[in-house]
Write a protein that binds this ligand. Structure first.
Ligand code: ZN
Length: 400
């Protein structure tokens, strides 16, 4: 029997599942099985088993910061082929507060998503949204952007909040330095992140929730190598690479991905945080990364932009006014099946909420089916280092 997320689509966006095995959630709620590997690089496809279903990898994960993927209902989300969905500890702690979520029976029930969930620790938001009063080895003190209240976040507190929220995967509380930062500052943030990881592990105690560690190290190869070594030595059920897509040049990100990918423990899922563009996901999959997230598909959708054929189309553009063809004829999403470019143009021009929702649904589907296509290519043995469907001469142009 294959365990699946009840709300997940079984439509054309699914990757091949690991077959045949018996799932034993009581004994091993989290298992990662690699079902196929590319012969020419580190790409692999597999199944990450969680208490709320299986995540087939590689897989793009929609971001639902405030327990909602903006503008998209849980039922609509299932139609995009989404499996694991993200929510954010920092934002949910501020509003409505983890007590309200726990009272509802946990995040799955609160937001009506019965598939796998992951909560980010809030470390990235604390350090990127400002308002920090104090930071030291103990933790971070900041002012709530909502009401100015003094809030202290420590590794222990981040674990308590995430355990109360009850997602399938919790992320370690880390310090993500801004870009650019000096080597000394990044080294200090790494030391702190590693110390905090040990405290996260000591406090985390939910057997039905996996804790993932986060590799930091900025753009400094020796710090990345040391961080990967330390975090891998903790032997957690999954490992993430953070501190990318924080403003560094894209070539730097590629370099980090190519350096760190091979340093991660082979038998664990590898999560590249905050990355969700086609090219960058393809490069990372070739280095053995499995999971991705990015706010871009819904943010672009809300602004009237669609991801089509590797380009960004602004649906406000007058060229769509009389265009009654589907947004992307090759796309299986409800937007492309039922609506035309002219209708979407009209909705966006009229500031109708439905237009934003339909574009968000399409954009999410676009990224998810791209990761699904990579999984199929790996399983078929046709995933090559140059998996690049946006390039006319790529074999992958014909496979998704
Ligand atoms: Zn579509």
């Amino acid at each position: 029997m294959i365990e699946r997320a009840p709300l997940s689509s079984s439509g054309p966006t699914q990757t091949p599942l690991c077959g045949g095995e018996t799932v034993q959630p009581a004994a091993a709620p989290f298992r990662f099985e690699i079902s196929a590997r590319s012969g020419r690089n580190r790409a692999r496809c597999g199944c990450f088993h969680t208490p709320h279903g299986v995540v087939t990898t590689p897989r793009f994960m929609p971001v639902g910061t405030l327990a909602t993927v903006k503008g998209v209902s849980a039922a609509q989300l299932a139609d995009t082929g989404a499996q694991m969905v993200l929510a954010n500890t920092y934002h949910l702690h501020l509003q409505p507060g983890e007590a309200v979520v726990a009272e509802a029976g946990g995040l799955h029930r609160f937001m009506g998503w019965s598939g796998p969930l992951l909560t980010d620790s809030g470390g990235f938001q604390v350090f990127s949204l400002g308002g920090i009063n104090k930071i030291d080895d103990q933790g971070v003190v900041f002012r709530s952007p909502r009401d100015g209240a003094r809030i202290e976040l420590t590794p222990e507190r981040a674990m308590e909040i995430q355990m109360a929220l009850g997602a399938d995967v919790a992320m370690a509380f880390d310090q993500c330095p801004p870009y650019p930062a000096s080597e000394a500052d990044v080294a200090a943030a790494c030391r702190r992140t590693h110390g905090w990881l040990e405290r996260c592990i000591s406090r985390h105690s939910r057997p039905d929730q996996a804790l993932f560690g986060i590799v930091q190290g900025g753009c400094f190869p020796q710090l990345r190598a040391e961080s990967a070594r330390v975090v891998a030595s903790m032997n957690l059920p999954g490992i993430a690479v953070g501190g990318v897509s924080v403003g560094e040049p894209v070539e730097e990100m590629h370099r980090i991905v190519r350096q760190v990918g091979p340093l991660l423990p082979e038998d664990k899922p590898h999560y590249l945080m905050g990355v969700g563009s086609l090219r960058e996901m393809a490069i990372a999959v070739a280095e053995g990364f499995d999971l991705f997230d990015c706010v871009l598909p819904t943010r672009l959708g809300r602004h009237g932009t669609a991801l089509v054929e590797g380009e960004r189309w602004n649906l406000r553009n007058a060229r769509f006014r009389h265009d009654h063809s589907p947004l992307d004829p090759s796309c299986p999403c409800p937007t492309c099946r039922h609506h035309s470019r002219a209708y979407l143009h009209h909705l966006i021009r009229s500031e109708e909420l439905l237009g934003r929702t339909l574009l968000s649904l399409h954009n999410l589907t676009h990224l998810i089916r791209f990761t699904t296509a990579m999984g199929r290519a790996i399983a078929d043995g046709s995933f090559a280092e140059d998996f690049a469907p946006w390039e006319a001469n790529s074999p992958a142009a014909h496979t998704w």
